[in-house]
Design a protein around this ligand. Sequence first.
Ligand code: ADP
Ligand code: GLC
Length: 488
Amino acid sequence: MLPLRVLHVAAEHFPQVKTGGLGDVMAALPLAQRRAGMDVRLVLPGFPAVRAALIEPIDSIWVGPIVGSAGVRILKGRFSERGIWVYVVDAPDRFDRPGSPYVDAEGRNWPDNASRFALLSWVAAQLARGVLDRRWHADILHAHDWHTALAPAYVRFAGDSLPPPRTVFTIHNLAYQGLFPADVFASLCLPPEAFTQDGLEFWGLVSFMKAGLVLADRVTTVSPTYARDITTYDYGYGLEGVVMARGNDLVGILNGVDEKEWDPSHDPHLAAPYNRNRLSGKTECRKAVASEYGVTLGDGPLFCVVSRLTHQKGLDLVLEAIPDIVALDGRLIVLGEGDRSLESAFRAAVDANPGKVGAHFVFSEAQAHRVIAGADALLMPSRFEPCGLTQLYALHYGTPPVVHQTGGLVDTVIDVDSAGLTLGTGFAYLPSTTEALTAAIGRAAALFGDQRRWRQVQRNAMATHFLWSRAAEKYHELYQSIATRKNS
Ligand code: ADP
Ligand code: GLC
């Protein structure tokens, strides 16, 4: 029997391009799906780091000028000898830019983002339809986030008699929607009927996100709780009605941990290895990271933040909680990059609390590993959180998370006080206020004072396994429910 053919399209892929969890997902999920027997391929934009990582492209498909680009070539290759096939959209006028995939060095959206990501989506749709690589087509085209949300539209409006692939659209974050002025529509190579209320039109604007939501055969998001959250006014960002209209076509499937990348017993970034039964290495990691961040350890816990610095992540609450952390003889280290005003507020907090608060404003995978391993507890006060991978890594590294009870944080962290010491893996609080956060920080510090009980929670946390293999199974069930060819 032929395996199910799945084509993923996304803007990020770890380690070549990563601004957050999307990059991690795109590196891990396709591999887990291949292990589960699917024929999985990937389409990525030709950012310099992506092209550079491609080993021996075996094929180069010339497409020519399309969707506003001067000329497009598709490179087919792999990132490692036995890796999965990757199609790279080589369009230098669109993607040959260093740095972030979305913004320039000043943090402004690239002015041609609509064309850039329409092009990515268009290529994915044509590859899935078997129009570009005549030796392969997809049963399922799986698009991720607004950057690729036009892919289902290009399939739906292809305007020929080729059997279409089935489409799945995954929302990793509904807050980023890809909204553009209406006049952008003319450049998208879509027929006028696509620009209606049942398509891309959203309050007179072009909405990429809405295209994915309305036109994909199935919509998923990255946790069951967030799937419910986004049907509400508070979390729907204006699209709650559209989300609700999809009814049972919307499911939440939790992300996982890539246990090869994130394994404290074999992590090349750490000062010392450790595992659930031998936590002594974690103490060495703690000392090393404290000195790396210029803090002198106290009797209280060493809290950490590893995060994009954005409103979503609720880090203004952490800033307000610093006096309480310090009063508990706790320490705080922050690894984050993003919003300049949050950065300067944390810089001021470091200056005001020498030796007690430390911060590095860079994006560093190695530091992320060291901070999560060395800290005692992770702070994740996100206002909303579709899934969250950082808390999953923290659990896996025996670093109990302190989380706002929202989205994927609800589905992955078990509160010690509600569930008891035999089950608890962290500290969850409501509502999203500084008071509730500091109360949870206080509970964590109190438990930390009793090291025997603290160790128990660390071990509970390390015993949780959010496996990509389980996510792969769930996606497989979903694909099977819509595929026209019912084999696997
Ligand atoms: P989001 O995708 O919303 O940013 P996630 O928790 O799903 O949130 O994923 C964040 C990912 O980005 C994690 O892999 C985390 O370790 C990483 N990360 C965030 N900030 C940094 C940073 N400054 N340096 C290195 N890694 C970071
Ligand atoms: C988004 C979300 C995050 C999720 C990640 C991967 O960036 O903000 O919660 O874990 O995507 O799905």
